[in-house]
Design a protein around this ligand. Sequence first.
Ligand SMILES: CN(C)C(=N)NCCC[C@H](N)C(=O)O
Length: 252
Amino acid sequence: MTRALVRRPGPRLPEGLLTHLERSPVDVDLALRQWEGYVAALRAEGWDTVEVPAADDCPDAVFVEDTVVVYGDLAVISRPGADARRAETAATEAVLRDLGFRIARIEAPGTLDGGDVLKHGGTVWVGLGGRTDRDGADQLAAHLAPMGATVVPVPVTKVLHLKTAVTALPDGTVVGHEPLVDDPATWERFLPVPEESGAHVVLLGGDAVLMAADAPLSRALFEERGLRVVAVDISEFEKLEGCVTCLSVRLR
Ligand SMILES: CN(C)C(=N)NCCC[C@H](N)C(=O)O
């Protein structure tokens, strides 16, 4: 079964944290319609979506990816690097527990955001930067080692999260917008993309990827490689340093 966690945006979305961008007005109604479009796109591709109850007091709760790292049947509940986001994890934990996942946690003083964790084929790259520290990465490595995963820490200095800089295509090629990637040589197969949001793909299964609608040149590159692209408009979330990966957690 293919399922994905999602979390509805709340009325305080425009107050979401910003680190690298200037604040610009966020249209809450448009954001909700865009979120519904995102969820509909997942469903149309065969994903059952499970809603973590909304957290209207937490402006950034819609970015559910940051609250957990799921690996097989294990859910490692994060300890977000931003204090303001710590309250978001409890509801994610409750939902995953109910779904039958084993639960582990990143404990204080370590910090780790799910957006800093890129998994592909048994390797787990963890971005060390403003949100995730060495202790958090070490704790994640200890939780995942019994499952055969290798954690590779990598620096993140130019953007918020590792997955703001890079994600992986279905064949493991890592895609990134070079000016925002600390060290493209980290990955044996690295494909530079011309747009910042072209660096963000959600793997939908097979050769299908979900990406933002505002990266047509990157989309064309992916299509030339034989990928089927589903594009969604997420402009209101991009204003808050979000991207397509942040809005869901795929459970396989
Ligand atoms: C891969 N990305 C970018 C994420 N997983 N999360 C984005 C969180 C954005 C939020 N305003 C914040 O600053 O926390």
